[in-house]
Design a protein around this ligand. Structure first.
Ligand SMILES: *Cc1c(COP(=O)(O)O)cnc(C)c1O
Length: 425
């Protein structure tokens, strides 16, 4: 099946007389006939639903569709993108472990790593993703457990060279985790370039209508945990909280997702509501149509903005003279990374803010990748907590406007930009 057909047909496969849409299973519990049947579920000896904090059928159908879209072997939904990032790291790391992360990542992920997970004793080294392989290799330590990066960084727009990062990670015997939120699997499938684990904030294009907050984790099944039994003891060695079961021995290629479900979901409980999973699935059914239109509108807006004398700079990797254009051609369908671009107005921070305040149709919201066009000023909003130095490292100048192109006509989007320029002139 093509990616387009998977968006429409993937996941829930009804049998005769069953509903065409995945049913919203609004039930915390599931019924069994004997004590033993339930005991086997608790021991992971049998597959089945018993409590929605661990697994729910609606969520699993939608995870199945995302798994098919990314080309993975197993997947799970989480209640937010933040929960997905947290689980990816905690499934591999504990106090005393180390992660190499691109510095060009979403502000929330940066805080999660640099503040909250650091408090748990996990250390992070943030690297410039555009650095050469030798420089990047020097960030690894004997206790490094994984590498993390964003296919297209939010908001800087930097494009990750997935093959380069996969090569580095694998040379050091650790997996590459990629946040593929911005391109979605329609425009890029990181597993095809060597990523081992892919995660998403489904809140963005996958939902696409600003209707639910959610996350997803997909495992490629390609990383051989048993090759490094000491480094990944949590996946390979017996788990005392499941009577000495080994995830890799019992579940093979599904080990990573089963462990994240059985341990992290059990203990931390970031399960999405089945209703939210249902809404997410409605978004996924048209993802292939929407993301291409988002990206085309972004390209049109980027070209138009660049022609304006008031604009200091425009950054959209899909522009042919972008330093990332070569990577775009290699990694993204149509060489377009997403529907998000950034730009700055001559006159700096103040003028950029004035421009944003003059927009009419394009709204100021803390969101991105929505059907409706919207803008955000990271230095005053999402990245408020960062110092100017950290802002620079994350690739965010103070005049940067993040512009998420919606599904309106390019004509109307450009008309709104035009009237805002007139208003600030
Ligand atoms: C929004 C976002 C997140 C966090 O997702 P939430 O669903 O808001 O928790 C993570 N990564 C990227 C790239 C994002 O854009």
């Amino acid at each position: 099946m093509t990616i387009d057909t998977k968006c429409v047909q993937g996941g829930w496969q009804p049998k005769r007389g069953e509903p065409r849409q995945p049913p919203i299973v609004a039930s915390t519990t599931f019924r069994y006939e004997t004590t033993q049947q339930m005991a086997d579920l608790f021991d992971l000896k049998a597959a089945g639903y018993f409590y929605t904090r661990l697994q729910n059928p609606t969520n699993d159908h939608v995870a199945g569709k995302i798994c098919a879209l990314e080309g993975g072997v197993a997947a799970m939904l989480t209640s937010s993108g933040q929960a997905a990032s947290t689980y990816c790291i905690l499934n591999l790391c504990q106090a005393g472990d180390h992660v190499v992360s691109s510095a060009q990542i979403y502000g929330g992920t940066y805080n999660l790593f640099n503040v909250s997970l650091k408090k748990l004793g996990i250390e992070f080294t943030f690297v410039d993703p555009d650095a050469d392989e030798e420089t990047l290799a020097s960030a690894f330590r004997p206790n490094t457990k994984c590498v993390f990066g964003e296919t297209v960084a939010n908001p800087s727009g930097a494009v990750l060279d997935i093959e380069k990062f996969a090569r580095l990670a694998h040379a050091h015997g650790v997996p590459l985790i990629v946040d593929n939120t911005f391109p979605t699997p329609v425009l890029c499938r990181p597993i095809e370039f060597g990523a081992d684990i892919v995660m998403h904030s489904t809140t963005k294009y996958m939902d696409g209508h600003a209707a639910q907050v959610g996350g997803a984790i997909v495992d490629s099944g390609n990383f051989d945990w048993e090759k490094y039994p000491e480094r990944f003891a949590g996946l390979v060695s017996p788990d005392p909280s499941y009577h000495g079961l080994s995830y890799t021995k019992t579940f093979g290629k599904a080990a990573f997702i089963v462990k994240a479900t059985a341990q992290l979901m059990r203990d931390y409980g970031s399960i999405p509501s089945p209703f939210n999973a249902f809404i997410l699935n409605l978004g996924l059914e048209s993802l292939h149509l929407r993301i291409r239109r988002h990206a085309e509108n972004a390209l049109a807006a980027a070209k138009w903005l660049r022609s304006r004398p008031e604009v200091a700079w425009v950054n959209y990797a899909g522009l042919e003279d972008s330093p990332y254009y070569g990577l775009c051609r290699k990694q993204f369908e149509g060489a377009l990374p997403s529907g998000v671009l950034t730009f700055g107005i001559k006159g700096g921070r103040e003028k950029s803010i004035k421009f944003m305040d003059s927009l009419k149709m394009i709204e100021i919201v803390t969101h991105v990748a929505d059907a409706r066009s919207c803008v955000l000023h990271p230095a005053s909003h999402t990245h408020r907590q960062l110092t100017d130095e950290q802002l620079a490292a994350a690739g965010i100048p103070p005049d940067l406007i993040r512009f998420s192109c919606g599904l309106e006509s390019a004509e109307d989007i450009i008309a709104d930009l035009e009237q805002a320029f007139a208003a600030i002139s």
